[in-house]
Write a protein that binds this ligand. Structure first.
Ligand code: F6R
Length: 326
């Protein structure tokens, strides 16, 4: 199971060495994808220097064709996700340039038939375990379209390799063990802002899918204008089930940085403030990847503590089968 994360540095290395297909130049991009694929859009938007929008739904928002020289990047690991294929269909109907990232399925077939630029990532994994392949490929597409100056992929590979170490014996392991010990049996609330809000969302979804546990994201400074009130009437017994983790970044604006501790204290009256995790590295991608690597490890530790299989996603599969999406 640990192999779900062990290969992350190699995945970034693979993406760094990609021969990226020719992608039309663009002044804006819309990345369409769901779940473990869709997070690549959030990563690309955080890493890009130009406007990159993320769409996690059917069709496309009506304003997309009016964007300045847009490109639609569709990302689906299986290539068969209903929402993503629907977004592609809308882009095709609107005559927009399309690029694709996938390991196979209908999306790859469409890209081959239509001559769209396609990055084919290695198959056989759970989509969420292909984070480095998928996010790395989408970032490469965005760079090739002229919307990012530096992918940061080499640094993301080296920083995650250092954190995870050989056989996951790196310095990130102890941190993840300590965090997971405090979080086990609790409902995680992961706080972040800007770049770290993307990492917080990945923590949440990894805790959901790997540890089969509810988890929530709290985004600053917005949470200070609504969510902090929402905790005030929660009974003590429920508060005790909550564990708060703050994801921090040296480059966060000081006005945002000053809000973490007071907000966590408000959320956490009676709850456990598990701690802060600081991003490492220079490039935006490396800083994001350093946080997601720790979150992935934490989710696997939580799965072990709960005695659940981190790989299986029966509820997701069942729903896809019910809806005829596979
Ligand atoms: C499963 C996972 C899911 C899928 C999502 C979309 O590991 O992470 O969130 O990523 O159901 O499927 P794909 O990625 O195949 O488009």
């Amino acid at each position: 199971m640990e192999s779900m994360i062990e290969t992350l540095p190699d995945q970034f290395r693979w993406a760094a060495g990609l021969r990226v297909p020719e992608v039309p130049g663009a002044r804006s991009a819309v990345v369409c994808g769901m779940g473990g694929s869709g997070i690549s859009g959030d990563v690309a938007a955080a890493v890009a220097d130009g406007p990159v929008f993320v769409h996690k739904d059917f069709g496309l928002p009506p304003w997309v064709p009016s964007l300045s020289e847009p490109i639609v990047v569709a990302v689906s690991y299986s290539g068969n996700t209903e929402e993503t294929l629907s977004a592609v269909e809308s882009a095709r109907e609107a005559g927009l340039p399309i690029a694709a990232v996938s390991s196979g399925g209908r999306l790859s077939e469409l890209a081959a038939d239509e001559g769209w630029p396609l990055i084919r990532v290695p198959g056989g994994l759970q989509p969420r375990a292909a984070f480095g392949y998928l996010a790395g490929s989408v970032v490469q597409m965005i760079e090739a379209a002229g919307l990012a100056e530096d992918t940061g992929l080499d640094e993301a590979a080296s920083i995650t390799a250092t954190l995870l170490g050989d056989g996951l014996r790196g310095p990130g392991r102890q941190l993840a063990d300590d965090l997971a010990e405090e979080l086990a049996g609790r409902i995680a609330v992961i706080m972040g802002s800007g770049l770290t809000a993307v990492a917080a969302y990945r923590w949440k979804t990894q805790i959901n899918e790997n540890a089969k546990s509810p988890a929530f994201v709290s985004v600053l400074p917005e949470a200070d204008h609504n969510e902090v009130e929402g905790w005030t009437t929660l009974g003590t017994a429920l508060r005790r089930t909550v564990g708060v983790v703050m994801l921090r970044d040296d480059s966060e604006p000081p006005a945002v940085g000053a809000r973490f501790q007071p907000t966590a204290r408000l959320l956490g009256v009676g709850a456990t403030i598990v701690g802060e995790v600081w991003a490492q590295g220079t490039s935006r991608l490396a800083r994001l990847a350093s946080l997601t690597a720790i979150g992935d490890l934490v989710s696997l530790r939580l799965a072990r503590a709960a005695g659940v299989d981190p790989v299986a996603v029966d509820a997701i599969q069942q729903l896809k089968q019910t809806l005829g999406d596979s």
